[in-house]
Structures are given as structure tokens and as C-alpha cells.
Design a protein around this ligand. Structure first.
Ligand code: ADP
Ligand code: ADP
Length: 231
């Protein structure tokens, strides 16, 4: 269903910075992939291309049989800076994911329906925050806030879940916690997932397949057993 095919992708910024240089890989439906690489390797660029936020200079990205040509309701993204509305509850934040499911231009005026509400609650349950649903986002710990960010992505009901350095600003315990729930969410909903990380220890603990980027090139694509020489 939601397999992902990246074919000969090159991204050049400003006519000179080659952020990605002829990158290709395939991810089968439901696979959980960790994207590794040092700062500047091209991880964020790749995720923004997959998310349709930017267009490749060359090459093609397909989700299933569809060519990606812009943002899509079936692709959800979790960010390093979770971008929650701090004064809203975990539940209200999770609910906003439903706005990305519709193509309504005036989404500000969209009224959430029962399905949206049910999905928001189910998403909070998946990330273990049902009991905290009514807490304000700014009263929660960094790890909990990021789990709300995951819940919001799940409320979008995506097929592809992308996460750009979701644990980079968390302490090790919170980082593990967030990765645990991310993986659980992906497994529970059979989401094809790509999570970028720069900490190899966390990557090893949660990853199955690893794609390593360096200077815009894929320098590694394999399982845990082959991972030793990576950064
Ligand atoms: P990260 O390593 O986490 O991607 P960066 O500090 O490299 O963080 O980049 C932060 C943001 O600034 C990203 O959205 C990135 O695309 C953008 N950015 C990075 N380098 C440049 C640049 N040379 N010109 C314009 N924007 C850039
Ligand atoms: P990573 O996420 O692995 O840190 P990025 O994708 O942010 O890497 O950056 C890859 C390269 O592309 C870097 O050289 C960065 O400075 C450059 N870059 C990223 N975004 C932009 C942008 N919007 N404009 C110009 N250069 C950018």
C-alpha cells in the first residue's frame, strides 16, 4: 500500500549547495527506518522532500503508485521543536492533526466531528497520554510534549510517518521514552516510518533498518549488525 520509492533524488539549493546527490532507496509498506547522519548530511532536506514541503531538483518520489508533488494528507511529520500550542490541552493539540486530513482552505473554521475527536483520543492512548489529555501542553515535560506531537501526527491518520530529529532536544531517558512510543505507534498502525536521529546509541536500540547519509549521499543501508562503522 504505502511503500515509498525514492529514485535518483538530487536537491540543489541556490544553484550551488548540493544537499542531496542522486539518492535512491525503497521502503516497503510498514517498515521502520532510522535515518542517520551528521549535521548537514541532508536528513532534513530528504524529509522535507518526502513531506512535499520542497520539490526535488531532479528525481522522483513515489508513495505506492503516486508521484509526490506537494504536501499530502497521508504523510505526517513530527518535528524536533514539536510546535504545540502551549496554552491548549494535550487533547486539543492532538485534535489539530485532523486539520491536515481535510483539504479545507478555511481550516480555521473547520468544526471537528465525532470521528476527529475519537481519533484524537485514540492517538493519545497510543502514546500513553490518555490520562493527561486535559493537561495544558506547557505543563508537560519535554518528552510528554513530543508524545503529544506524535499523537497529533497520528490524528492525521497517515500512511507515512516522518520524524525529523524528534529526540534531539531531550534528555536520554525522555528520548528513549519518545522512541518507544514512536515505534509502538508505527507497529500498531502499520505505518511506514522514517525517523532521523544523530545519536547512534538510540538508533541501535530502536532501529531495524538504517539509512546513513553523509554529504548528501547514501553511505549505508542495512541492518543493525552492519552498523558498527557508522559515526
Ligand atoms: P539541522 O542540522 O537540524 O538541519 P541546521 O542548523 O542545518 O539544522 O538548519 C536549520 C534550518 O535552516 C533548516 O530548516 C535548514 O533547511 C535551514 N538551512 C540550513 N542551512 C541553510 C542555508 N545555508 N541557507 C538557508 N537555510 C538553511
Ligand atoms: P541535516 O538535516 O542532515 O543536518 P540538512 O538537510 O539540513 O542536513 O542540510 C543539508 C545541506 O543543505 C547543508 O549544507 C545545509 O546547509 C543545506 N541546506 C539545507 N536547507 C537549506 C536551505 N533552505 N537553503 C540553502 N541550503 C540549505
Amino acid at each position: 500500500m504505502a511503500s515509498l520509492t525514492v529514485s535518483d533524488i538530487t536537491k540543489v539549493y541556490g544553484g550551488e549547495t548540493v544537499a542531496l546527490d542522486d539518492v535512491s532507496f525503497e521502503i516497503p509498506d510498514g517498515e521502520f527506518v532510522v535515518l542517520l547522519g551528521p549535521s548537514g548530511a541532508g536528513k532534513s532536506t530528504l524529509l522535507r522532500l518526502l513531506n512535499g514541503l520542497e520539490r526535488p531538483t531532479e528525481g522522483e518520489i513515489r508513495i505506492g503508485d503516486d508521484r509526490v508533488s506537494g504536501t499530502r494528507s497521508d504523510v505526517a511529520m513530527v518535528f524536533q521543536m514539536h510546535y504545540l500550542v502551549e496554552s491548549m490541552s494535550a487533547y486539543r493539540n492532538a485534535l489539530t492533526g485532523a486539520l491536515n486530513r481535510t483539504d479545507t482552505v478555511d481550516s480555521v473554521f473547520t468544526r471537528y466531528d465525532e470521528d476527529d475527536k475519537e481519533m484524537a483520543l485514540r492517538s493519545l492512548e497510543t502514546v500513553g497520554l490518555l490520562e493527561e489529555a486535559n493537561q495544558r501542553a506547557d505543563s508537560m515535560s519535554g518528552g510528554q510534549q513530543q508524545r503529544v506531537g506524535i499523537a497529533r501526527a497520528l490524528t492525521q491518520d497517515p500512511q507515512l510517518l516522518l520524524a525529523d530529529e524528534p529526540v534531539a532536544s531531550l534528555d536520554p531517558k525522555a528520548a528513549q521514552d519518545v522512541m518507544h512510543y514512536m515505534k509502538r505507534a508505527a507497529a500498531e498502525r502499520n505505518l511506514t516510518s522514517i525517523v532521523s536521529l544523530h545519536q547512534v546509541n538510540i538508533a541501535r536500540e530502536f532501529g531495524e533498518r538504517f539509512i546513513g547519509l553523509r554529504d548528501g549521499n547514501v553511505v549505508f543501508d542495512g541492518g543493525k549488525d552492519d552498523l558498527t562503522m557508522e559515526d
